[in-house]
Design a protein around this ligand. Structure first.
Ligand SMILES: Nc1ncnc2c1ncn2[C@@H]1O[C@H](COP(=O)(O)OP(=O)(O)OP(=O)(O)O)[C@@H](O)[C@H]1O
Ligand code: SF4
Ligand SMILES: [Mg+2]
Length: 415
């Protein structure tokens, strides 16, 4: 029974990853149905509110200013993007609206995207019969699909690789469960590495719930653009941070986006931010195995992720979701650098076992534990490094031990 469940989970996970990779690979070539719907929604929104919009016709955030021709013809969706191109002097701002787009993932046995203008029984742009099946006859995309262009990987993957050449190590912080301390661990990991004189970047790809600006004491900060790209916000000269939280006009604004738009911003965070030479880029993620995770893993495919730090709390309820995250990592080939047991030594301790036993059973490394500690919480509330704020706290040593364990697992271990 357990084996069957695992097999089903792996299949579902694999299918999702395949669909997402194909989706990211093909979406730059062909429009998808939901994106056209959004175009209309956005136009309606513009008409209603007189507001500018944020999407390019591929569903990505655009950094292109509208041309006179485009505005005159009313053909370009992106009128005065809130996110400026590198070189713009205006601080970027994200409009947080409730328009929706869909990932354009395949359904009903189709592989890859089904463009909005596809024929009724489209086999999917990534299928072997794309452009060649009887269903493709007369489809306006037939030439592109038949040429195989649509199956080629998104050039953004190579672009990300080039842009991140000066980043030695890329580490994802993940958990299947929400609220277990991913952002806290990301923040304290970044502080600890910076405290060891490494050059550190911290990227927050939790688009809908960015906590990193607060946890790093950077609430209200803004991102500036220069010829080199968007400048991250610096905590110290060797600790740079980027988050959608810096782009929101109002901290309490809700960002309600679906796949393509999140993908677009994550790509921009990887290609348009002037990270400079980094020893570590730590990526804080939202809970689960959703769009953001598939995007970051896909975009970093060539740039290569060193591995993932998985955060869990000791309860079985949390670990049940964390197991899925571990299987996700195994499925997409992201090595696990260690599982961090957060909020340990507390009322959350479960009689049903614990993270250490889970790690043994799943053959993944246990990186250590961080206690449930008011000082850890306070460091987050005040946006400080725990080591600097409360050097006497026993949690400092526990965090440093976790960092040691993670570093020994890197392909090129560092201190
Ligand atoms: N070891 C700890 N001791 C005490 N409080 C903690 C500890 N770890 C995290 N917290 C607190 O728990 C709350 C949730 O932490 P955090 O935001 O880091 O979780 P998360 O997994 O990133 O959440 P989300 O899934 O929403 O992104 C925060 O208030 C944080 O300060
Ligand atoms: S050519 Fe075929 S595979 Fe391509 S979009 Fe049209 S129907 Fe789909
Ligand atoms: Mg978080």
């Amino acid at each position: 029974m357990e084996a069957t469940k695992t097999a089903v989970a792996a299949f579902v996970c694999g299918a999702a990853v395949g669909a997402a990779s194909t989706y990211i690979a093909t979406r730059h070539l062909l429009p998808t149905r939901p994106q056209r719907e959004e175009h209309t929604q956005k136009q309606q929104l513009q008409q209603q509110e007189g507001e500018s919009v944020l999407l390019s016709d591929t569903g990505e955030l655009t950094d292109k200013e509208p041309t006179d021709k485009a505005s005159a013809e009313g053909e370009e969706m992106a009128a005065a993007s809130p996110i400026p191109a590198a070189g713009d002097t205006q601080p970027p701002e994200v409009s947080s609206d409730t328009t929706h787009e869909s990932g354009g993932h395949a359904a009903n046995g189709q592989e890859g995207d089904v463009p909005d203008n596809a024929n009724e029984n489209c086999p999917g742009t990534a299928s072997d019969s794309a452009g060649k099946s009887a269903a493709c006859a007369g489809c306006p995309n037939q030439a592109v699909c038949a040429s195989g262009e649509a199956r080629k990987p998104d050039p953004a993957i190579s672009e990300v690789h080039d842009k991140l050449k000066s980043v030695k190590h890329k580490i994802l912080v993940l958990s299947g469960k929400g609220g277990v301390g991913k952002s806290t661990v990301s923040a304290q990991l970044a502080y600890a590495l910076a405290g060891r004189s490494h050059e550190v970047g911290l990227l927050d790809i939790d688009i809908c719930g960015p906590s990193i600006p607060r946890l790093l004491g950077l609430s209200g900060q803004e991102v500036h653009s220069s010829a080199a790209g968007w400048s991250p916000v610096y905590v110290d000269e060797n600790l740079a941070v980027m988050s959608i939280g810096f782009l929101l006009p109002n901290q309490d604004d809700a960002v309600i986006w679906r796949g393509p738009r999140k993908n677009g911003l994550i790509k921009q965070f990887l290609t348009d931010v002037a990270w400079g030479d980094l020893d570590f880029l730590i990526v804080d993620t939202p809970p689960g195995t959703s769009d953001e995770h598939l995007s970051i893993v896909t975009y970093l495919k060539e740039a290569q992720v060193d591995g993932a730090v998985i955060v869990t709390t000791p309860q079985e309820v949390a670990m049940a979701d964390v197991r899925k995250e571990i299987n996700f990592c195994k499925k997409v080939g992201v090595p696990i650098l260690g599982v961090v047991e957060n909020m340990a030594d507390s009322i959350f301790q479960s009689p049903l076992g614990g993270p250490k036993i889970m790690c043994e059973k799943m053959s993944v490394p246990y990186a250590g534990s961080i206690p449930l500690d008011q000082q850890v919480m306070l460091a987050g509330e005040l946006g400080k490094s725990l080591r600097k704020m409360a050097p006497e706290s026993s949690s400092v040593g526990r965090i440093e031990k976790v960092v040691d364990n993670i570093l020994t697992r890197l392909p090129i271990p560092m201190r």
